[in-house]
Design a protein around this ligand. Structure first.
Ligand code: DAH
Length: 339
């Protein structure tokens, strides 16, 4: 019986050592140590032994069981380690691989232009005022001296929300808000979005950006306007830049002018950029109309003022040599990442 036991131990350990998976190991364990296992069968037969033999064989049988159990647990540790190793191998991370790029946000070219312009005016002592994009007809047109039949009031030009409310078509209503809320001296700029019923094309967008300027005080003259805009043009487009005032008509200024800057591509000689003109139009301006001052409760016999409105999208396009305005609003990262 002792020999039989030793044979079982030998066979069991050989098998256990040779298995390669947890399932095979479990099967081997059952085969020898399970309820119907070989060792168990032998132990059952111990009843037939004599009283002297029994403890001796029992001792051997215990040793055999322990040896097999030890072999199983050693093997299990090996298999577990091997499986873990395999999993690690499969899930291996190459920490040297380049990561997926998460593009960094950056400042939109229009915003950049507005920041630049804003700083120029802040340096000249202007402060920044804001107004709502949903604006009263009263501020957008009436108080700005726009005649009741002015074409800009048309539904085809202006987005009406209702009879009294529009998406502002210009930043000029901020002038009215400022003059009604404050006493002169007033010296503000107001950059912001404006809206018009224009289908988008290379030079138009239903939403665009203006920067409004307003100065009201005693003795403010056209010369002050010219000086201010000259300074702005030189800082914005380069120290050689000159300005040119052309007579124009706006309801809210008298006299009114459209203002050109000398072409910053050719310096004024005429090139493809300025279409041979030597000049590029960038803003409207003028002396605040007495009717506008009065509609805001400012005595036009005591105070005068100048105002201007710069097209910031246009300036952005010109400064960056962009040939289609739509690019500014499509949010295509391939375009935006160039700035
Ligand atoms: N609001 C005008 C426009 O949208 C621009 C403008 C012209 C603003 C003359 C002014 C100004 O303040 O004085 O075309």
């Amino acid at each position: 019986m002792k020999e039989k036991l030793e044979q079982i131990q030998k066979a069991a350990i050989e098998q256990i050592v040779s298995v390669t998976t947890a399932d095979e190991l479990e099967a081997a364990k059952v085969k020898y140590l399970g309820k119907k296992g070989e060792l168990t069968a032998i132990l059952r037969g111990m009843g037939a032994l004599t009283a002297e033999e029994r403890p001796i064989v029992g001792q051997v049988a215990n040793n055999v069981r322990e040896a097999i159990e030890q072999a199983v647990s050693d093997k299990r540790a090996l298999i577990t380690a091997a499986e873990r190793e395999k999993r690690f191998e499969k899930d291996k991370l190459d920490v040297t691989l380049p990561s997926k790029r998460r593009g960094l946000g950056r400042i939109h070219p229009i915003t950049k232009t507005i920041y630049e312009a804003r700083q120029i005016f802040l340096d000249m002592g202007f402060t920044i005022a804001e107004g709502p994009e949903i604006e009263l007809v009263e501020y957008n047109f009436d108080a700005l001296n726009a005649p009741k039949d002015h074409p800009s009031r048309d539904m085809t030009d202006t987005f009406y929300i209702d009879k009294l409310t529009v998406l502002r078509t210009q930043t000029s209503p901020v002038q009215v808000r400022e003059m009604r809320a404050n006493k002169p001296p007033i010296r503000i700029i107001s950059p912001g979005r404006v809206y018009r019923c224009d289908p988008p094309d290379a030079t138009h967008s239903p939403v665009f950006h203006q920067l409004e300027g307003l100065v009201v005080d005693k003795g403010v003259s056209m010369g002050d306007l010219k000086g201010t805009l000259d300074m702005f043009a030189r800082k914005m487009f380069g120290p050689e830049t000159r300005t040119r005032f052309r007579p124009h008509n706006f309801p809210f200024t008298e006299p009114s002018a459209e203002v050109d800057v000398s072409c910053f591509a050719c310096g004024g000689k005429g090139c493809r950029f300025c279409k041979g003109e030597g000049w590029i139009e960038i803003l409207g301006a003028g002396m605040v109309h007495p009717n506008v001052l009065e509609s805001c409760g400012i005595d036009s016999h005591v105070y005068t003022g100048f105002a201007f409105g710069v097209g910031m999208d246009r300036v952005t396009i010109l400064k960056n040599n962009i040939d289609d305005m739509r690019l500014l609003f499509e949010n295509d990262l391939r375009f935006l990442s160039q700035f």
